[in-house]
Write a protein that binds this ligand. Structure first.
Ligand code: SF4
Length: 168
């Protein structure tokens, strides 16, 4: 079988909900609808590291506020992680792989793409990791779509990703 050479980079918790803050998982393990979609489309999945798990109290943490994420070295760590992700993307691109997109998680103060939730309120904006990824991509002039998966409405997210796949 030939390699499909199509790759998507996705936020860690879309494949492993165990890294979400205590009580916040929407699925017991991974998001089956996304796994099925990419498996059926012949798309390889690269799982991003979870910045909150790595740099902010591991498994036993409470949901983070975006302002809290700005403190200490969290942003610096996200920046470093983003640069490593871009190196990986570059490795694939140099060998003619197509990077279809990066999937974040809406409402996360770290991986949100269009919406972040601060306490009880949601507002437009990106999470810290997605902001840093976008900045790193701008530096390298990479044109890779970043999309947010809404775990409260996975089917609408799947529809949007399907449209993205149609144009590749
Ligand atoms: S949204 Fe991002 S930071 Fe939050 S659990 Fe998922 S991968 Fe980790």
């Amino acid at each position: 079988m030939k390699r499909g050479k199509k790759i998507v980079f996705i936020s860690h918790c879309l494949l492993n909900q165990n890294t979400l803050p205590t009580g916040r998982a929407s699925f017991a393990g991974s998001v089956k609808e996304l796994l099925e979609l990419f498996a059926e489309s012949g798309v390889g999945i690269v799982q991003l590291e979870c910045p909150q798990m790595e740099f902010n109290n591991g498994l036993d943490r409470r949901p983070a506020l975006k302002g809290g994420n700005e403190n200490d070295s969290f942003r610096k760590n996200c920046k470093k992680m983003s640069s490593q992700v871009l190196d990986k993307i570059e490795t694939y691109m140099k060998r003619d792989y197509k990077i279809l997109g990066i999937l974040g998680v809406e409402f996360s103060t770290t991986c949100g793409v269009h919406q972040v939730r601060n306490g009880r309120r949601s507002s437009p904006g990106k999470g810290v990791f997605m902001e840093e990824l976008e900045l790193e991509m701008q530096k390298k002039n990479f044109q890779i779509p970043i999309m947010g998966v809404n775990l409260n409405n996975v089917y609408s997210s799947v529809d949007k990703i399907q449209s993205l796949l149609k144009f590749t």
